[in-house]
Design a protein around this ligand. Structure first.
Ligand code: SAM
Length: 267
């Protein structure tokens, strides 16, 4: 029986029985391994790290997208960096945005996700523009101004390492509108405290408001995940929630308050 194992530390991690292999190939950037597991459904992994499982991805994608988007009444331009699996974009389209730009370095991730995930119609939206490019390069050259920027990158390994650097953050600020919001996935509060401290140290120098929030993501290291909300204008627990899409599975007005309440162990 084939197993997939992800090590979260040298002595602990998560494993799945591999019931069916759907895709297994090294792209120009990383190993893409997609398989089926009876409990979690389809599981997408990159370089042996779980990116998403069909069963629990909603915790992560709803937490990444809706806390910021629910504060913006008419988001005109949205930028997503990473997010090649398409689910972040799919959640964004629940808000009827103006123009969405997706910048994904590895086209193979998009091709595989279009083929195997049920949210692939998000890729076909007419107001979505896809750039197969390094996110660092894209923001360095971008002359757009965005209402919302979402960094849905993999962990700081391989091509994603550069997405955790100061000059990248400064460029993000440059291409964000004055009343814009930047949201980043911010790793595991249990395993990645050093990275989180570094991210917060840099971003809190660049933005007036910089708030961690957390949500459960059962199949990510530690089972809870952190996000960073940065803005010079919006305060997530004071700004008015304008619009929440119907039929979400995790995010709601009450959850909005709960996820920004940081437990003592994290303060
Ligand atoms: N939710 C996942 C997580 O938290 O680890 C991330 C999902 S998404 C699949 C991550 C994507 O970021 C991958 O498709 C990867 O190719 C892309 N990526 C990594 N480095 C990048 C870069 N420098 N520019 C653009 N996309 C990048």
């Amino acid at each position: 029986m084939k197993e997939f194992k992800e090590f979260h530390s040298e002595d602990a991690g998560i494993f799945f029985r591999v019931d069916k292999i759907l895709f297994n190939k090294r792209s120009k950037f990383q190993k893409i391994f997609l398989f089926e597991n009876k409990t979690f459904g389809r599981v997408l992994t990159l370089d042996d790290l779980v990116m998403l499982t069909e069963k629990d991805e909603f915790f992560y994608h709803e937490s990444l997208v809706h806390p910021a988007l629910s504060l913006l009444s008419k988001p005109d331009k949205i930028l997503v960096i990473g997010g090649g699996d398409g689910k972040t974009v799919y959640e964004i389209f629940k808000h009827k945005p103006g123009e969405v730009h997706l910048v994904e370095i590895d086209e193979e991730v998009i091709r595989v996700s279009e083929r195997f995930f049920k949210w692939e119609k998000g890729f076909k939206k007419k107001n979505l523009k896809i750039f197969i490019q390094d996110g660092v390069e894209f923001v360095r050259e971008a002359d757009y101004r965005y209402d919302l920027i979402i960094i849905d990158s993999s962990d700081p390994v391989g091509p994603a390492k550069k997405l955790y650097k100061r000059d990248f953050y400064l460029n993000l600020k440059r291409v964000l509108k004055k009343k814009g919001i930047l949201v980043m996935q911010a790793e595991s509060p249990l395993y990645h405290r050093k990275i989180q401290k570094k991210m917060y140290k840099e971003l809190s120098k660049i933005f007036k408001i910089c708030r961690f929030y957390i949500s459960p993501v059962p199949t990510y290291p530690g089972g809870i995940w952190a996000y960073l909300f940065c803005s010079d204008y919006y305060e997530p627990l004071k700004s008015k929630i304008k619009r929440i899409p119907r039929r979400l599975k995790f995010y709601s007005r009450k959850v909005h308050r709960a996820i920004f309440e940081i437990a003592n162990f994290l303060k």
